[in-house]
Design a protein around this ligand. Structure first.
Ligand code: ADP
Ligand code: MG
Length: 349
């Protein structure tokens, strides 16, 4: 869960972040808290009298999960699970950890070949975990890929234990942890009595209620080719957006760019014809998981998947600079810059 994210905040008017941004001309000043967790900069803004309590409760909820789920923290539950891989131990975990592991497995089953929570050895082979990023040798990569198999993760949700069946296997929750945390942050805000807020967990943006003036939030999705600018703006209420793209974390070697979303079928960075995928849904962790998985899947499989469900909408940015918007977003979508080099089309059911 390492992230290198440029971050800029112009309080009250623009909130710019990794994949998306929420902004609006807001009169009332929110309680605002910016903090570093899950290897990224996070910002929570909450309006109303409970705002101050709300943002602190949201931060605490996120930090608690970071402590449980981080693969780079040797004391985390995920590190303990990984350390016991193959030795038969069913590692006791928090019910939240068990829930997230089970959820991640269900996504592997929904989109087999696109998503695998045991991708960690491949992330390590590419050096994405350590900063020593490099193209692995064929032998290194096939040894790592042999350890990727989500079906060898056993989760016992009733007893809150988890076990990895093969020695050397490791779980990496980088594709889902921020989305899961966003859900808990929203819960914390609502429990504190907050009815209007924005939660920005680096690429995962949640808007709660409407803006204080009663209008929808205006959420901007980053331009994958120029992360200082935007691809599109969406007018939304009570929803989460997650964006995944090859532009977030990458390195270059011999003039080739290698990014951090891996195709589990090959062990190489996914090259499915997409520059970014944005998923819009009420379910935070689903948004996060699917933005990663559908980025691997590519346009055709992503649109087919969308046609089979009622609970998600998509914005796909293709390598040939088309923005494919699913019809549920038709009324709330606009290109950020109509002369910015992108065209858009609506995908229909
Ligand atoms: P970000 O965390 O940069 O916002 P994502 O949500 O798309 O982006 O998650 C990318 C992370 O997910 C990677 O850093 C890695 O930890 C993990 N990952 C990469 N490829 C896969 C995959 N195919 N399935 C599951 N997890 C993946
Ligand atoms: Mg994700």
């Amino acid at each position: 869960m390492k992230h290198r994210i440029s971050f800029l905040l112009l309080t009250g008017i623009f909130l710019l972040c990794a994949g998306c941004a929420a902004y609006g001309a807001v009169q009332e000043e929110p309680a605002s808290l910016q903090f570093f967790s899950m290897d990224t900069v996070m910002t929570v803004n909450a309006y109303g009298p409970s705002g101050e309590d709300g943002v602190q409760a949201a931060r605490d909820a996120v930090n608690r999960l970071d402590g449980l789920l981080s693969r780079t923290d040797p004391d985390s539950q995920i590190s303990q699970l990984n350390a016991h891989a193959g030795d038969g131990t069913a590692v006791p975990v928090d019910p939240d950890t068990a829930e997230l592991l089970s959820f991640a497995q269900s996504v592997s089953q929904l989109l087999p070949g696109d998503f695998d929570v045991t991708i960690a050895p491949v992330m390590d082979a590419w050096g994405f975990t350590t900063e020593a990023r490099h193209v692995p040798s064929a032998e290194e990569l096939s040894a790592a890929l042999a350890l990727v198999d989500g079906s060898q993760l056993e989760v016992d949700a009733d007893n809150a234990t988890a076990r990895l069946l093969q020695s050397g296997m490791e779980v990496d929750l980088g594709a889902v942890a921020k989305g899961f945390a966003a859900g808990k942050a929203e819960e914390a805000l609502r429990e504190a009595g907050v009815e209007r807020a924005t939660i920005d967990l680096g690429g995962n943006v949640t808007v709660i209620g409407t803006r204080p003036d009663g209008n929808p939030w205006r959420v901007a999705v980053k331009d994958p080719q120029n992360t200082e600018s935007y691809l599109c703006v969406l007018e939304l209420e009570d929803v989460t957006l997650s964006t995944s793209g090859g532009y977030e974390r990458y390195f270059e070697e011999d003039g080739v760019r290698y990014h951090h979303i891996i195709d589990p079928k090959t062990g190489y960075p996914a090259d499915s014809g997409l520059q970014s995928v944005t998923v819009v849904t009420a379910n935070h962790v689903l948004a996060d998981a699917l933005s990663t998985a559908l980025f691997v899947a590519g346009e055709e499989e992503a649109i087919d998947f969308w046609r089979g469900r009622e609970d998600i909408e998509l914005v796909l940015c293709t390598d040939d600079n088309r923005v494919v918007v699913t019809e549920g977003l038709e009324e709330v979508f606009q290109l950020y810059d109509p002369d910015g080099g992108y065209t858009y089309e609506i995908a229909r059911r």
